[in-house]
Every structure is written in structure tokens, then in C-alpha cells.
Design a protein around this ligand. Structure first.
Ligand SMILES: [Zn+2]
Length: 425
């Protein structure tokens, strides 16, 4: 294995120090370290963070390898500072059996750029009718602990209750895409002033809030763990605040785009801004940002959703919802939170690692910790060029925007996956 001596790096914003990586772990920190066998990295001005962990990534393989593969998505993740991603189950075939989750897990190991932890479907074929083989997926080589029908809501309350009961036995989690389907039929964007003006069918905030309210009560009743995907409204934050105060075992995520972009983007009719749940209002953004700081929202998750050109560069009404996220998430976090490194590490690494049970991730760089970390240049500013992204798709909502921060290097268990801002494989 390679050894690395990282010189003058600021660990989570602290005074610069040297950091020696050997045999997959951080063996020493301090000033003036030497190691003749190690590759030296000059990290003046760089900040070291624990490797980022994404609880919500769409890798599209198997089935839509024209949009993304496990390998291209893993590369995008490593370039974004990630060392682990949880792969959503809405592939084709759906990841609702031990066979498919093992396939995704194995492809992740072969790519070797990040740890790919498959998420299993809650229901067979994401159809919302009967439970998938949750136990078989949990016992498979992929050791699935999180189950989600993401893209679809588990709308049937009896099925949701049974899913929560089932995973309780092995402390699993149901991750809900909260969307009451009867309230969002035909929806094209957030229901509000802008949708009225544009004449587009609205996706009302209450469709999300009603499901979250129902599910936190179900989770409380059953005593199981519930996770809420991509929380997008101020009202959802209040429901979650209430549930957490009662001690419900619920965690929640917010995406970078819901922290930054508003529904006014739909005025462009550019489908790159079409996403589910939709972009909301400035009032929602303010509430989501406050909840991220005070902990009602636990983590930032990307909902990285690559789409092929024909599914995105068409009329708004026909475009698939979703946007890229892995290669820009840290920049958006820096833009929104500023250089609050401890908070960024908490929301993008330690807490998602803890929720997903990824015990090798989420450790601050310190002697004895796994060398699974990323180096950020916070002073860098970069213009996002879709053609330069490592993802196989191009649907970034930040095209030609200038964003703060750049990932310089990423290490997974002591091996560099990214150096000088370039992926090593
Ligand atoms: Zn979703």
C-alpha cells in the first residue's frame, strides 16, 4: 500500500499540521513529520474532512447505463469528496432481491472508488403492493439496512406499518419518499404563486407534510427507525421538530438544491430544474437552512439523479425529474453554511455514516482513524461546466454558475482515489 505525507493541512479548520497515512490509517499528525517512503502532498491552504457519505444516490445500474453506471457514479462521487454512497433501489430490474443488491454491491467493489452500499426496495417492483424480500436482502453479502421505494411513496399505511415492523428485528430503516400520490396527480412544480402564473399543475407542500406526519406516528407506534428523504418544505420541518421532541426515531435529509434554488427557476421552462419533490419557495429554503443548523434535519444527501439527454432535453411536461449532485454538493454546502467545517463534517459525513451503519466512515482524520478523508481547497472558485463532469449525464442545475470550493484529493482506506482534482481510475 502507498504511504502519503500530507503537509500543512488544516484538519476541520484547525491550525495546519502534517498528516501521515500508512497501511490504510492515519498513523501520525504533528508539525515537521518525515517519512522517506511516502508520497508528499503539499496541502497549504487545504482543509481535511472525513470522507463524505451520501445516503441518497441514483447510480442507474442495472438498466440505464446510458445515464450512469456504478463506475461513473462512483467516480463522480470520489471527485465530489465522497468515500461512500448509498445506491437507491429504483433500477431496472428494481433492487428488490438479494441478487440485484449483491450485483450493485459487487460492481461498487470492482470500481473501487467509493464504498457502494445498496438500498433495497420496500415493495416488489416499487409497486407499493407487497413487501419485497427485506430479510433476504439484509442477509445477503450486501448487508442491506436501509430500504426505500424512492421515486415512489409507500402510500399504503398498512404496508408502511408492516415494513417498519419487519425491519425492527435487525434495526433496519425505512427511508420514505414522502408524497401523497392523490395530492400530486399531474403535478409539474411546486404549488404556489409561480405555478398559478405559469399555469402548471402544482405539487402542494401538504402532500409531503401529510405523509411525514403519518409516518412519524407509525414509527412511534411501532418503535422503528424512519428516515425522511429530501425534506423540502417549512411545514415538514415543523412536523419533524415535533416528532423529534417526542423521541420518535426519525432522521431526515435535505438536498443541496432544496437549500439553494427556488421555484422561480421554472419560469425558464428549462427541465434541468424539474425535480421531485419540486424546488420550493425562499421561505421554505430559510426554514430548511435553519433546521440543518439546529439539527432537526440531520444530513445533506444529494439525490444525485442522472438522466440521459432525451429524458431531460425535451418539453418540461415530459422531462424526468431529477438533477446531478455528487460533484457539486460540497460547494453548495460551503455556499450555504460558510466554512463551518465541524457542521459540514457532521451533516455530510459523521451522521450519514452513523445512520447507514457504515462504521469505517465518518471518522475525523486523527491518529488511529481510517485514512478515509478528503482535502478541500475552500479558496478556490470554479465555474461548473457540464461537459467536464465525470457523471455520464449532464443535467446539473448549476451549469456555468461559479461555486466556491474544490475537492483536491480523496482517500479511501489510505489509497488515493482523487489527486490534484483528478480521479485516479
Ligand atoms: Zn425521492
Amino acid at each position: 500500500m502507498n504511504s502519503y505525507l500530507i503537509r500543512n493541512v488544516s484538519i476541520l479548520g484547525a491550525a495546519p499540521t502534517d498528516l501521515l497515512i500508512r497501511d490504510g490509517v492515519v498513523v501520525e499528525t504533528g508539525t515537521g513529520l518525515s517519512a522517506s517512503d511516502a508520497t508528499v502532498i503539499d496541502a497549504d491552504g487545504l482543509v481535511a474532512l472525513p470522507g463524505l457519505v451520501d445516503l441518497h444516490t441514483h447510480l442507474r445500474e442495472p438498466g440505464r447505463e446510458d445515464a450512469e453506471t456504478v463506475e461513473t457514479g462512483s467516480r463522480a462521487a470520489a471527485l465530489g469528496g465522497y468515500t461512500a454512497v448509498c445506491a437507491m433501489a429504483n433500477t431496472s430490474p428494481v433492487a428488490d432481491t438479494a441478487g440485484v443488491v449483491e450485483q450493485v454491491w459487487r460492481l461498487g467493489r470492482e470500481a473501487g472508488l467509493v464504498d457502494v452500499q445498496p438500498i433495497g426496495a420496500v415493495t416488489v417492483g416499487l409497486a407499493g403492493e407487497r413487501l419485497a424480500e427485506l430479510g433476504a436482502m439484509a442477509e445477503s453479502a450486501a448487508r442491506v439496512r436501509i430500504f426505500s421505494d424512492d421515486g415512489h411513496c409507500v402510500a399504503d399505511p398498512r404496508l408502511m406499518r408492516r415494513a417498519l415492523e419487519y425491519v425492527k428485528a435487525f434495526d433496519g430503516i425505512i427511508a420514505q419518499h414522502a408524497e401523497e400520490p392523490r395530492l400530486t396527480e399531474g403535478a409539474q412544480m411546486h404549488e404556489g404563486e409561480v405555478s398559478t402564473r405559469l399555469g402548471l399543475t402544482g405539487w402542494p407542500a401538504v402532500a409531503e407534510e401529510a405523509i411525514i406526519a403519518r409516518d412519524v406516528l407509525l414509527a412511534e407506534h411501532v418503535g422503528s427507525r424512519l428516515h425522511i428523504c429530501h425534506v423540502s418544505t417549512a411545514g415538514s420541518v415543523e412536523v419533524l421538530r415535533h416528532a423529534k421532541a417526542r423521541g420518535v426515531r426519525v432522521t431526515a435529509e435535505v438536498t443541496p438544491h432544496h437549500l439553494l434554488l427556488t421555484d422561480t427557476r421554472a419560469e425558464t421552462y428549462d427541465p434541468v430544474f424539474k425535480v421531485n419533490p419540486p424546488l420550493r419557495t425562499a421561505t421554505d429554503i430559510a426554514a430548511l437552512r435553519a433546521a440543518l443548523v439546529d439539527g432537526v434535519i440531520d444530513i445533506i444527501a444529494t439525490d444525485h439523479a442522472p438522466h440521459a439527454v432525451e429524458d431531460k432535453e425535451c418539453e418540461w411536461a415530459y422531462a424526468r425529474p431529477g438533477m446531478l449532485g455528487l460533484e457539486t454538493a460540497l460547494s453548495i454546502a460551503l455556499d450555504v453554511l460558510g466554512p463551518q467545517w465541524d457542521l459540514i463534517a457532521e451533516r455530510m459525513s459523521r451522521t450519514p455514516a452513523r445512520i447507514a451503519g457504515l462504521t469505517e466512515h465518518g471518522h475525523d482524520p486523527a491518529p488511529g482513524a481510517p485514512a478515509t478523508l478528503t482535502l478541500v481547497d475552500p479558496a478556490a472558485r470554479r465555474v461548473i461546466e457540464p461537459a467536464e463532469l465525470a457523471s455520464r449525464s449532464r443535467n446539473t442545475p448549476y451549469a456555468r454558475m461559479t461555486l466556491p470550493g474544490r475537492i483536491v484529493a480523496t482517500f479511501l482506506r489510505g489509497e488515493a482515489t482523487v489527486l490534484d482534482g483528478k480521479a485516479l481510475k
